[in-house]
Design a binder for this molecule. Structure first.
Ligand code: UD1
Length: 362
C-alpha cells in the first residue's frame, strides 16, 4: 500500500491538486493499492479564496486543516511547519506531495524531509531568478530537498539538470493547472458582474494584482491603475481584488467610472470572464498559463517570469513594473497585433494521470 499526504494551502494550489486527487480515485477504482490524506494548511481561509474552489473543483473535504493562515512570512511559515510536523507524527505517510510555490509548499516539504519522508514537488524546476519574490525562495528551497520532480516544461528540466538533479528523478509530465482548466471549461459560468455591467465578449479587460512588488507600495499601485484606466480606451475594467490588495486600496482614493473593483471570484466565474475578455492584465503566474491556453492576450506586470513558455508559445507579454510601459502594450492590443497561441508540449489535460502512474510504480 502506498500512502501519500497531499498538501493544499493557497488559492493557486487548489486547481493543481484537484486533478491529482481525481486521478488517485480513478487508480483506486482500477484496483491500485494507493491511498491519500489531504492536508489544507489554512494559508488561505476565506470562502472566496478557498472554500468555493473546493466545491467547484470537487475536491473532497480535507482530512486535516492546520489553520495556519495570516501573519508575516516567517510567522505563517513557522506555524505551518509546527502544525504539519504534529500532523505527520500522528499520521505517518510514505510520501508528501506539494504543488506550486507558495509558503505552504516550502514549509511542508522541509518538515517532511526532516522526518525522512520522501518529498514530491509538482511544478518543480521553474525559476524567475528574482529573489525579491517569496515564491522564488520557496521554489529554490523546495527543489533543494525534493526527491521526485514533476515538471511543466523542458526549461524546468534543464534548470534541474544544471542543479545536478539526476535524470531518473525528473518526470516531465505537463501542467495540472491545465488539466483543471480543460476539464472545467464547459462548466464556466457568468458572474453577477456580467449582467450588472451588461458585459459582452471582447469588450472589457480583466485585471488582477497581488504581488507585494506591485501592491504593497500604494503609490506604485495607484500609478499602475491610473495608466491602465487612461489607456484602456472605453473598455470597462473588471478587477477582482485579492485581500492583500484590498487592504492597500482602502487607504487609496482610486475610483473611476470604468474601474469595477469586485470581491475575488470563484474559479468557474473568474475563468468565464477571462475566456471572453479582450485581454487580461495581471501579475499572477497561473493566469498567464490559463490565458495562453484560452488564446486571450495577457499583459504581465512583472519584470520577469518563471513561465517563459507562456511568452514563447502562449499569449503572454512581459510588460514590466514601470507604469510607463503599459501604454505601448495596450496600443498594440487595440491595433489588433497580438500574437496567437500555439500548443505547449504536454499541457494536454493528462498530467495528473501521468503523475499518479509514477507514484503507483514507486
Ligand atoms: C499567496 C502566495 C502567492 C499566490 C497568492 C494567490 C506565498 C508566498 N504567496 O500570496 O504565490 O499567487 O497567494 O492568492 O505563498 N488573506 C485573507 N484571506 C485569505 C487569504 C489571505 O484575508 O483567504 C490575507 C492574509 O491574511 C494576508 C494577505 O491576505 O494579510 C496575504 O495572504 P498570504 O497568504 O500571506 O499571501 P498572498 O499575497 O495571498
Amino acid at each position: 500500500m502506498k500512502h501519500i499526504t497531499l498538501i493544499a494551502g493557497a488559492r493557486p494550489n487548489f486547481m493543481k491538486i484537484a486533478p491529482i486527487i481525481h486521478a488517485i480515485h480513478e487508480a483506486q477504482n482500477n484496483g491500485a493499492d494507493i491511498s491519500y490524506r489531504l492536508v489544507h494548511t489554512g494559508q488561505h481561509y476565506d470562502k472566496k479564496m478557498s472554500g468555493s474552489f473546493f466545491e467547484q473543483l470537487e475536491i473532497p473535504e480535507p482530512h486535516m486543516n492546520l489553520e495556519a493562515g495570516g501573519g508575516t512570512q516567517a510567522e505563517q511559515t513557522a506555524n505551518i511547519m509546527v502544525r504539519f510536523e504534529q500532523e505527520l507524527l500522528a499520521n505517518p505517510t510514505d510520501l508528501v506531495l506539494v504543488v506550486g510555490d507558495v509558503n505552504s509548499t516550502m514549509a511542508c516539504s522541509i518538515t517532511a524531509k526532516k522526518l525522512n519522508i520522501t518529498v514530491a514537488h509538482v511544478e518543480a524546476g521553474i525559476r524567475s531568478g528574482d529573489l525579491s519574490m517569496p515564491e522564488e525562495i520557496n521554489r529554490m528551497l523546495t527543489d533543494a530537498i525534493t526527491d521526485l520532480f514533476f515538471t511543466t516544461s523542458e526549461l524546468a528540466n534543464n534548470n534541474l539538470r544544471q542543479a545536478g538533479v539526476p535524470e531518473s528523478r525528473i518526470h516531465f509530465v505537463g501542467n495540472t493547472m491545465i488539466d483543471t482548466l480543460l476539464k472545467q471549461r464547459p462548466n464556466f459560468k457568468a458572474p453577477a458582474i456580467w449582467e450588472e455591467l451588461k458585459l459582452s465578449e471582447k469588450a472589457y479587460i480583466v485585471l488582477t494584482l497581488h504581488r507585494p512588488a506591485n501592491v504593497d507600495e500604494a503609490s506604485q499601485l495607484k500609478a499602475m491603475l491610473d495608466e491602465i484606466i487612461e489607456n484602456a480606451e472605453d473598455l470597462p475594467l473588471v478587477f477582482p481584488v485579492h485581500p492583500r490588495t484590498a487592504k492597500i486600496l482602502e487607504g487609496l482614493n482610486v475610483s473611476h467610472a470604468r474601474l469595477h473593483m469586485i470581491e475575488p471570484l470563484s474559479y468557474l466565474e473568474f475563468n468565464y470572464l477571462v475566456e471572453k475578455a479582450k485581454a487580461v492584465i495581471t501579475d499572477s503566474g497561473g493566469i498567464t498559463e490559463e490565458a495562453s491556453i484560452m488564446d486571450v492576450p495577457c499583459l504581465t506586470l512583472r519584470d520577469n517570469t518563471e513561465r517563459p513558455e507562456t511568452i514563447e508559445l502562449g499569449t503572454n507579454e512581459l510588460v514590466g513594473t514601470n507604469p510607463e510601459n503599459i501604454k505601448p502594450y495596450l496600443q498594440k492590443l487595440f491595433a489588433g497585433n497580438w500574437k496567437k497561441t500555439q500548443p505547449i508540449p504536454m499541457w494536454d489535460g493528462q498530467t495528473a494521470t501521468r503523475i499518479v502512474e509514477v507514484l503507483k510504480n514507486l
